[in-house]
Design a protein around this ligand. Sequence first.
Ligand code: HEM
Length: 397
Amino acid sequence: MKGKRWRSRRRMLTPAFHFQILENFFDVFNDQSRQLIKELEAAAASPADDGSVNVYKILTQCALDIICDSSMGRQVRKREETSGYLHSINRITQLTMERSLRPWLDNDVIFNLTALGRENQRCVKVLHDFTNQVIQDRKKMLNNNNLIDTTISDHEKIEENSSKRRLAFLDLLIQASENGEKLSDDDIREEVDTFMFAGHDTTATAMSWFLYCIAKNPDEQKLLFDEVDEIFEHSDRQCTPQDAANLKYLDCCIKETLRMYPSIPGVMRTITEETEIGGYVLPAGLSVALLIYGMHRNPNVYPDPDVFKPERFLPEQSASRHPYAFIPFSAGPRNCIGQKYALFELKVVLSWVLRKFEFSLVDPTSPPVSASSEIVLKPLDGIHLSVKSRQPCSIAV
Ligand code: HEM
């Protein structure tokens, strides 16, 4: 989506990511974190033969549940019902990558005649059917509760009227659609699918690389334990927006992880007017790739770029750095609309995990984990770590 259509859609979506709306998702983050703790606990009790747990697999399911719950409302669909949808989302991402490596498949007509194209169409149909059904069910629910015309600032009403059905991005889209005048059902579906695409792999990989980094750096892990223990005092209470603001060292560690392993390692842009960069004149219309991964490992900006040093993001060390030297969420008008949501999600989930577990490498002499060359910087073969309980995990879920 580009040009005017993108701009008007972006304007419409922006209120859904305002701070007060995002606070509403803390319940989702906390509930799903509790579920995650249970799953990590079970996995740690029966690890692989080498004593490791593939945390990437478990965190991916958690990130999917979170975005499903936030976008569509968890009560709408249970995990078993979403599995076909989620499989299709993953397959479409892989098929898009495979297609991009075969320039002769650029043309839609040719692509649709190939086995890849036919599989893509089948997956797209699964997505469309599923999301359309969710939208219809959600509209019915809002109508039954007289909430269809609810304004965004009235969102608490949704919670009060249907305690189990929390506000979801979908509700905001239905409300913004003004009975189809501004957004058709197809438009709504497109946005929900975009959130699902953009909002799960990115956070799952960020959380996994984070655990990998702290497993390799026990001193920094210890500082994180000190911080969460001071704030949560070994309790099982919710992580609130205020806690998220107080988790300052965790913030530095998340940023350092996103510096070393930006979930989206590069973005593409088309130059709209002739531009000079480094003595080269780039003509209008040119497509350029911006390599975020490379920028984040520039030794002139980040000395010892391959070393995990969270203190780089303390205010005294980062204040003089160029604002575009750290761009895991890209920059400018087309940056990540979900960045605040993502950082809140990471803080809540990771602060829960740090309260309960410690992580180490099974074999500290093993070579570094490689990343796959997909749109998202995924660990090639998962992230396998030794996971030990820090304290009794039994919590009410
Ligand atoms: C650690 C987590 C995340 C990272 C690193 C990340 C990174 C990015 C980047 C780099 C872009 C720009 C892509 C481009 O220019 O081609 C982007 C766009 C986008 N992201 Fe995220 N993202 C994350 C999480 C999320 C979440 C959780 C959501 C939704 C809830 C989301 C929704 C979007 C959307 C809708 C766009 C397209 C924005 C537009 O074109 O106007 N992202 N993201």
